[in-house]
Unconditional design. Sequence first.
Length: 386
Amino acid sequence: MTSRASIIPSGQMPPRHLPLILALAALPALAACSGGGAADKPLSDQAMAAVVADPGIAREPLARAVDELFADSKAGETRGLVVVYAGKVVAQRYGAGFTADTRQIGWSMAKTVTGVLTGLLVADGRLRLDESVPIPAWQRSGDPRGEITLRQLLQMRSGLRHSERAPRRAESDQVRMLFTDGRDDMAAYAEAQPLEAEPGRTWKYSSATSVILADVAARVLAEGADPARRRQVVADYLKARLFAPLGMRSMTAEFDAGGTFIGSSMVWATARDWARFGEFLRSGGAVAGAQILPRGWVEFMTTPAPRNPGYGGQLWLNRPQANGETVLLPGRAPQSLFGMVGHAGQYVLVSPAQKLTVVRLGESREDEVPAVRDHLAAIVGLFPAR
């Protein structure tokens, strides 16, 4: 994806720097003379301050694992980390220029917000999983896209010709929809694409699919409304039914000129609010004992899609992907772990078996993301599983 410098609020992109620890690590002779490795070096006050006095596990290993994530230049720039264990924030740290109050973009983590929005509308009786979706252009006689169901859209099995990547990045449907010829009416761009496979037969990750889901939400909430009205109605619904009940005061959704929620990638929130959202899913869609989302919907979102065992309904699952790629932590964390993943190394990892939610926000190149995952695996691995 293209750089986001042009859409980041001013003052939120500090330059990278190399911490002193990296310079010391480049001197193996001195390290050998010290009589121990990195694990024996005393932690700084800043590193220890990132972890509460009693995190429920050994404090120093957690502080060290967090510190190593922030110090590792090969993992890019970590701007925020929050660890919630058994419902309590046990670790929290921010990069230079970022604080607990800084809203940060989640990129594709927005897809899970869209999945929950869709679940609320299903619970309200406004949509049904196995019926075709209310897109007028698809309902014309003879249009095979009229066979696409809501379930297939949620599971990335629509069969639509959407290219998330292309040999030239600017030519991918993802980039064209978000930033060039499709940006003023993203839903129209996404919905205009023809089928390349029979609906339900293949799995294909697609940001355009999540924008279609967001458009469907607007159509059922504000049928026939102008862009301003669509924007207002959906924003109010998100706030009243999701953001406010969860206490996510910072969470903000962006809309395009057509009034469609950019449900593929444009949701901003503090690290703490991203953690609240993860905990909400870990609790089966409940907050403080109140069931906001039917428990069955979270079960649907975390059930493997028929064509990819590593994906559910707008959520990644901790299993091998159908194409062999690694997205979460298969083999390094409980299989029941699931997560939201965004461009440039955004993660919300949720492990019900460990009563754990881990949020990492930052800016990492594609080749730096595996190092981010390694550090997150080290953090997750410190917590016991039931």
